[in-house]
Design a protein around this ligand. Structure first.
Ligand SMILES: O=C(O)[C@@H](O)[C@H](O)[C@H](O)CO
Ligand SMILES: [Mg+2]
Length: 419
């Protein structure tokens, strides 16, 4: 079954997305997500200039061979642009294979291991009352696990806090213009990135009290998560993990900028708070030390950035050897195509942990028409053949790409810091 066309679709229904649509000679259409937040056009160019011409005429059923052809064949391996491109091709080919089989994709991945994927939502507030309201709103929507992010005294806009009185001037309307209703959307439509401020000592002093207050208000059972967003040194990370132990976190995410995987040993020596890492990783190789030395508990890579279903399933199998579970990245910069792929994979794999879920805007869902449902805190795949996502290209064209960037971070003395 030959591939006859592949189209790179860039649109901004609420925020920017890059979607690959592959069509076969008998008219079967598959979709893949290639969105790389703030660097979207680099992936679009990689796909349209260097990958699409290689796809025409290939057998759409040869998923593994195409993966190897694009990975080994590029010579320049790994990296987010390459791996998001391969992910889009791989996901679209799985979508096609499942449609040809007449089955929802999870059936080709081994069938259901569970009803649906347990999700966590993003509660946030600059101050405690606002944070508590946000937690309550998430509980009312059915979420059974919640990420907690708050402002830090003395700092302005801080990572993870939805539009607030402290928001940086001009940055209070999110990429979709709907941040207040749709959680924290850090990408901003602007010609240059917004600048945020950071002070690690102020953060480390503040955050344990926030978790103490949340536990006092909401009790011991609710699974709570927190994202430190790559900002700490190993010893600061160890200190944070230790100070949060009384509050029994489900996980603490991205404590250090994990390019240097060995530093996680230091964190692990000091704390039993579970660790999640990997949203900026792209291959199985990036996890080798972390898995073999059992330095983390959850894998954060999404289908979109880790070489597709083929790449991520292999990472999960490797993780399972060490009792490490999935914790797939799912903010709104993963499109409904990428999220659907994660849900199909998540209901099938044995070592599922949790799925991040930040609801897409209505404009996004109108363009992508996803078949999955959010029910009782779970994401449940649809039963239609394939991924169950149906891209409305005509509607998408009414939402042209708009430059948008993730923020950058500076310490109070003006030096650049990890965001
Ligand atoms: O855990 C998360 O969802 C965040 O770290 C986001 O991926 C990041 O803000 C980029 O959108
Ligand atoms: Mg994160």
């Amino acid at each position: 079954m030959r591939i006859t066309s592949a189209d790179v679709l860039v649109a901004s229904p609420g925020r920017n997305f890059v979607t690959l649509r592959i069509t076969t000679e008998d008219g079967v259409v598959g979709l893949g997500d290639a969105t790389l937040n703030g660097r979207e056009l680099a992936v679009a160019a990689y796909l349209s200039e260097h990958v699409v011409p290689l796809l025409i005429g290939r057998d759409a059923h040869r998923i593994e061979d195409t993966w190897q052809y694009l990975y080994r064949g590029a010579y320049w391996r790994r990296g987010p642009v390459t791996m998001a491109s391969i992910a889009a091709v791989d996901t679209a080919l799985w979508d096609i294979k499942a449609k040809v089989a007449g089955l929802p994709l999870y059936q080709l991945l081994g069938g259901r291991s569970r009803t649906g994927c347990l999700t966590y939502g993003h509660a946030s507030g600059a101050e405690l009352p606002e944070l508590f309201d946000s937690v309550r709103a998430h509980l009312e929507q059915g979420y059974r696990a919640i990420r907690i992010q708050t402002g830090v005294p003395g700092l302005g806009s801080v990572y993870g806090v939805a539009s607030s009185p402290n928001a940086v001037a001009g940055a209070d309307a999110g990429a979709g213009g709907s941040t207040a209703r749709y959680d924290h959307e850090p990408a901003r439509r602007s010609a240059v990135p917004v600048e945020e401020q950071w002070d690690t000592r102020a953060y480390l002093r503040h955050i344990p009290g926030v978790f103490e207050a949340v536990r006092n208000e909401f009790g011991p059972e609710l699974p709570l998560l927190h994202d430190a967003h790559h900002r700490l040194t190993p010893i600061q990370a160890a200190k944070l993990g230790k100070s949060l132990e009384p509050y029994d976190l489900f996980w603490l995410e991205d404590v250090t900028p994990a390019e240097n995987q060995a530093v996680l040993r230091r964190v692990r020596e000091h704390t039993t708070t579970p660790l999640a890492i990997g949203e900026v990783f792209n291959t199985i190789w990036d996890y080798r030390e972390l898995f073999e030395e059992q330095l983390i508990d959850y894998v954060r890579s999404p289908v979109t950035h880790a070489g597709g279903i083929t790449g991520l399933r292999r990472i999960f199998d490797y993780a399972a050897v060490y009792q490490i579970k999935s914790g797939v990245h799912g903010p709104t910069d993963v499109s409904p195509v990428g999220l659907a792929a994660a849900i199909h994979l998540g209901v099938a794999i044995p070592n599922f942990g949790i799925q991040e879920y930040m609801k897409h805007s209505p404009e996004t869902d109108e363009v992508f028409r996803p078949g999955y449902r959010f029910e009782d805190g779970l994401l449940v795949p649809g039963e239609e053949p394939g991924l169950g996502v149906d891209y409305d290209e005509v509607l998408a064209e009414s939402f042209p790409y708009q430059a948008a960037y993730l923020p950058v971070n500076r310490l109070l003395d003006g030096s650049m810091h990890d965001w």
